[in-house]
Design a binder for this molecule. Structure first.
Ligand code: 13P
Ligand code: SF4
Length: 261
């Protein structure tokens, strides 16, 4: 693979949710924010993006002169499609001084209709620095509500999009996990529901969760996000234990990428 990479002048990027064996062959692994920065500054002619469709599209937007290859063209994020041009038009027609803030987990079309694009790692900072009073946050309602709570001076309009994997983690799942592991800290991704986030000890992007677990003095953690992060969590912390919230924490799109592909 290394010879082929050199020959093709290619770099391999992988999101933390892809299979461990794919993460192991990547040059860079990270959250959406980190991978976007790498994609924007890569020297290589070709980017192989091991992630779902919106990630490859975003890399192409950031580096239009490069060839971006997706190992699995059918690896898709359902949330990326959960808004549309008509909804955006209605909000723009209804509100003055509105900014359409688009989570990176969205199609290129939705991004093109928005004012600014954010990731879970920089959404608060970007929105708080916008001059607009009204914020239409698309497509993820949970992330939008999480940011809105931290910025009470802004008026948010929410969209009803969601991540099926994070939304499916219920408060009963979390209660059961906490009962089984009462000493464990709960680390959650902001795509989780408000109920889960209210019961979390820490909320952050995938990279932020990984960083928090590494620096924390706690020895056990319940992880409320996709299970791909366990690979890095375990590699970084052989003395710590990580538990899922439920047995339904796999993103099917992310798992379509295999070393063969
Ligand atoms: P991160 O930006 O935290 O990596 O999240 C991406 C994602 O798809 C979460 O479901
Ligand atoms: Fe999309 Fe959810 Fe998968 Fe992230 S985990 S890529 S938001 S479906």
């Amino acid at each position: 693979m290394n010879t082929l990479k050199k020959e093709k002048d290619a770099i391999i990027l992988a999101h933390y949710y892809v299979r461990p064996e794919v993460q192991d062959v990547a040059d860079y692994i990270g959250d959406s924010f980190y991978l976007s920065k790498i994609a924007a500054s890569a020297k290589e002619k070709t980017i192989v993006f091991c992630g779902v469709g919106f990630m490859g599209e975003s890399a192409k937007i950031l580096s239009p002169d490069k060839t971006v290859l997706m190992p699995a063209m059918d690896a898709d994020c359902p949330m990326a499609h959960m808004c549309d041009a008509d909804k955006i038009k209605i909000v723009r027609d209804t509100y003055d001084n509105v900014a359409v803030v688009c989570y990176i987990n969205s199609t290129a079309e939705l991004k093109s209709l928005s004012d600014v694009c954010v990731t879970s790692a920089n959404a608060k900072k970007v929105v708080e620095n916008l001059p607009n009073k009204n914020i239409y946050f698309i497509p993820d309602e949970n992330l939008g509500r999480y940011i809105a709570k931290q910025l009470p001076d802004k008026h948010f309009i929410f969209n009803d999009g969601f991540c099926p994997i994070h939304k499916d983690l219920t408060i009963n799942d979390l209660r059961a996990a906490k009962q089984a592991h009462p000493e464990a800290l709960v680390l959650a991704h902001p795509e989780c529901t408000e109920e889960i986030l209210e019961n979390a000890d820490y909320i952050g992007s995938t990279s932020e969760i990984i960083k928090y677990a590494k620096t924390s003095s706690s020895k056990s953690f319940i992880i409320a996000t996709e299970t791909g992060v366990f690979h890095k969590l375990q590699a970084d912390n052989s003395d710590k234990t990580f538990y899922p919230v439920s047995d339904r924490q796999e993103c099917p799109g992310m798992k379509l990428i295999t070393p063969e592909k």
